[in-house]
Design a protein around this ligand. Structure first.
Ligand code: ADP
Ligand code: MG
Ligand code: ZN
Length: 492
């Protein structure tokens, strides 16, 4: 919890916070950025190392092509321009877990620049600029725990040394901790959709440094910033920013000056502490890495990478609202993860009434999952089951109350809807394909316009046909079977 405000609401209102974030994302390649060592998390310390990532003399880095592709894909998803030529640079500093004495990063010629993320803040949209996305290698990990004399010893695990990272630097465009939280949420969502990182904060696959300053409202120049490093959850970042804003204002109001420094957040206390000031900061003496050629990602390669870009969450939400007649709120919930969106869409396409599916997923499935502490992937009811049950309610074969009872049984027995429906003695349904085929043929002949629309790509028309067949069979046909028969006929 953040501590109680050190400054009054009046003073808070007098100042405007300015925030810029630097986010490190681990790219999900199997091997490291400059050698073939494994990137697997959790292996015994110092087992995934070689002369290159140990920085032994004479060992030369070889760039992993997949890292470039993942980095460029993330950059494209963040609306960045990918530079045709970028340069690796040595960032020199000494740290026990950095065996080479320098980190290979990118400096004045990064892989990509000039992107943005659109955030929703209190109902309106705002663009947060992305200055750059560059590639670099991770450092190792110092371990201070697990020793009898922990205060005296530090152990080093170099498995992480050379693991590929994309660093994403934002413009100082955010004006509140809330905006920073929203930016991080959207950023993570986009990166997860691209699949280039698992963004697992506990495992350090996503790390954020938050830069913060305040200025009197109306003043043009930025104030002096501090940087809060290595905060390990979005909530803590928001809290650390809230704390820093109040601290800055307190210092300024009492006639003091903010020193530019790096600080650490203690989540238990809800306070930040100075770690090192910028005066003592390292001079990194960047220079172009002599062991690597300039990285060239030409137009052809860029086009190949772009072709693998999935539909992004924002675009997907807009399309889903149009395609399925669901609300913006429905779409927001149902696209929380790419897997959820995909599962919902598979059910929505199979069912007669997508809106009903959206309602069922949100009110009946997510609620039950939450109550049992389960993830969507662990749901006993599959999306095919949701689609089938939605159609049964649609045709009146079962009531809404019956559906809820059946869902309860599914969760009790850990069985899918179809199985429980059978067990509970469903109303007799026709699995007689010949009747369904006959009804389907009649319908297809009677609705040439809808057939044409379907064949032109409007796959939701399937729902129309399923509904008609179900109606004609008075709810007696098996919806899944109807689905199969119709799909076959319409596709042929
Ligand atoms: P440094 O050289 O100190 O690392 P950069 O110019 O590289 O600073 O910026 C690092 C991050 O800090 C960026 O995300 C940027 O948007 C942000 N930033 C820069 N100046 C300020 C400021 N005055 N207040 C808040 N954030 C800032
Ligand atoms: Mg910087
Ligand atoms: Zn190695």
């Amino acid at each position: 919890m953040a501590t109680t405000p050190a400054v009054s609401a009046d003073l808070l209102a007098k100042y405007e916070p300015v925030i810029g974030l630097e986010v490190h994302v681990q790219l999900l390649t199997a091997s490291k950025i400059f050698c073939s060592c494994s990137t697997r998390f959790g292996d015994p310390p110092n087992t995934n190392v070689c002369p290159v990532c140990l920085g032994l003399p004479g060992a030369l880095p070889v760039l992993n092509r997949k890292v470039v592709e993942f980095g460029a894909l993330a950059a494209m998803a963040l609306q960045c321009r990918v530079n045709e030529t970028s340069i690796f640079a040595r960032k020199n500093y000494f740290y026990p877990d950095l065996p080479k004495g320098y980190q290979i990063s990118q400096y004045d010629k990064p892989l990509a620049e000039h992107g943005f993320i659109e955030i929703d803040i209190y109902g309106s949209k705002k663009r947060i600029g992305i200055t750059r996305l560059h590639l670099e290698e991770d450092a190792g990990k110092s371990l201070h725990e697990g020793f009898p004399d922990a205060s005296e010893k530090t152990a080093i695990d170099l498995n992480r040394t050379g693991v590929p990272l994309a660093e994403i630097v934002s413009e100082p465009d955010m004006r509140s901790p809330e905006e920073a939280y929203e930016y991080l949420t959207r950023l993570k969502e986009i990166i997860l959709y691209t699949g280039v990182s698992d963004c697992n904060m506990e495992e350090g696959s996503l790390r954020c440094d938050a830069n913060i300053s305040v200025r009197p409202r109306g003043q043009k120049e930025f104030g002096t910033k501090t940087e809060v490093k290595n905060v390990n959850s979005f909530r803590f970042i928001r809290e650390a920013l809230e704390y820093e804003i109040e601290r800055h204002i307190g210092v300024l109001e009492s006639g003091g000056k903010i020193t530019q420094e790096t600080r650490l957040y203690n989540a238990n206390e809800g306070k930040t502490y100075g770690m090192r000031s910028k005066e003592q900061a390292h001079d990194y003496r960047y220079f172009p890495e002599p062991d690597l050629l300039p990285l060239v990602v030409d137009a052809k390669w860029q086009a190949e990478i772009r072709a693998t870009l999935p539909e992004l969450p924002e675009a997907r939400r807009e399309r889903m609202v149009k395609e399925y007649g669901i609300t913006v709120g429905d779409a927001a919930t149902l696209t929380r993860t790419r897997a959820m969106a995909e599962q919902f869409e598979s059910a929505a396409r199979a069912a007669t009434n997508p809106k009903r599916v959206a309602n069922l997923v949100q009110s009946e499935i997510l609620g039950r999952l939450k109550a049992q502490g389960l993830e969507l992937e662990q749901s006993p009811i599959s999306m095919a089951g949701v689609a089938a049950s939605a159609d049964l309610v649609e045709t009146g074969a079962i009531s809404g109350k019956m559906l809820k009872d059946l869902y309860d049984l599914c969760f009790e027995r850990n069985k899918d809807f179809g199985a429980v429906y059978e067990e509970e003695g469903r109303p007799e349904q026709s699995r007689d394909t010949s009747t369904i085929e006959k009804l389907a043929d009649e319908l297809i002949a009677a609705n040439p316009k809808q057939v044409e629309q379907y064949r032109a790509g409007k796959k939701t028309m399937l729902g129309f046909f399923v509904g008609q067949v179900m109606k004609a069979s008075k709810g007696q046909a098996n919806p899944q079977l109807v689905n199969e028969v119709l799909t076959k006929k319409l596709e042929s």
